[in-house]
Design a protein around this ligand. Structure first.
Ligand code: PMP
Length: 287
């Protein structure tokens, strides 16, 4: 993610990643109440363009608000900092990671004083395999009555890490997590779509992180006359479907080969997923 030449932004300063320092008493470090984003920039003919920068930074500020973190920057300032970061690191295709974490405080009263860290690196492929073999996880997503599941809070990712480790140990590439009712919610770091009887289905908002890539894919589907329905469904309902894929900033649009070792009835290239994957790649690089 960084080397001796990497420059990062930290609390108003540009400095080498290797020289950045923070305290050991920061509240977020102990209790998981930091908030972050995952954003991609793509090389286009008009130079490097940050995909849906505004939506990502609006979500970051929303996440910060849910955790009572004060942020002194506006969305425009955060976008400008991200653009400068790319320039300073001479990155064109990049993954940008802003993190807001709370200041020193060992109590559980939310610490509103915050720190801002932004870094970027070239993350060409999130998964190092082709089509994914996914399993239904024994771990469930956090209940929306327990935390703000639509916010990108660092502590929520302890759940993702457990589910990912469990899937890897069992020989899978990623896990599909159910909500507290047993309906499919999302993968460890991506949203889920399944094609059945010529319709594309995805779990509704409420138990998921409503992904920005999910929105883009729904827009592309609409432009292609593909019907998309937000619907609750169980893992068994996926078995024997036509195809499925994940969407996310890091994973982009990623084909799924099997869910719980159950294959799909169509070859990937004949699914809506393949079309949308191709159009997504065209769209992000066009300008
Ligand atoms: N769900 C979870 C749990 C995630 O971590 C992510 C990645 N941010 C997503 C869905 C996809 O969201 P987006 O398309 O905005 O990256």
């Amino acid at each position: 993610y960084y080397d001796d030449n990497t420059v990062i932004y930290h609390n108003g300063q540009w400095l080498p990643a290797t020289e950045a320092r923070t305290g050991l008493y920061q509240q977020s470090f102990h209790y998981g109440n930091g908030v972050f984003e995952g954003i991609r920039a793509y090389a286009t003919r008009q130079g490097s363009q940050i995909l849906r920068a505004r939506a990502h930074y609006e979500r970051l500020l929303y996440s910060a608000k849910t955790m009572y973190l004060e942020v002194s920057h506006t969305v425009d300032e955060l976008i400008a900092l991200s653009e400068q970061l790319l320039e300073k690191n001479q990155l064109r295709n990049a993954y940008i990671r802003p993190l807001i974490y709370s200041d020193e405080n060992m109590g559980l009263q939310p610490e509103s004083r915050s720190n801002l860290f932004i870094c970027a690196w070239d993350w060409a492929q999130y998964f190092d395999t082709g089509q994914l073999r996914v399993m239904t996880s024994p771990y469930r997503r956090p209940d929306p009555r327990s935390c703000h599941v639509d916010a990108k809070v660092t502590g929520h990712y302890a759940n993702s890490i457990l589910a990912m480790k469990d899937a890897k140990v069992k020989g899978f590439d990623d896990a599909l997590l159910q909500d507290q009712q047993g309906y499919v919610a999302e993968a460890t770091g991506a949203n889920f779509f399944v094609q059945r009887d010529g319709v594309l289905y995805t779990p509704p908002k409420g138990n998921i992180l409503p992904g920005i890539t999910r929105t883009i894919v729904m827009e592309l589907a609409a432009a292609n006359g593909i019907r998309v329905e937000e619907k609750h469904f169980t893992p068994e309902w996926i078995y024997g479907a036509q195809g499925a894929f994940l969407t996310g900033t890091a994973v982009e649009v990623k084909a799924i080969a099997t869910v719980d070792e159950q294959p799909f009835s169509l070859p990937w290239k004949d699914t809506f997923g393949a079309l949308l994957q191709q159009q997504f790649q065209q769209k992000v690089r066009a300008a």
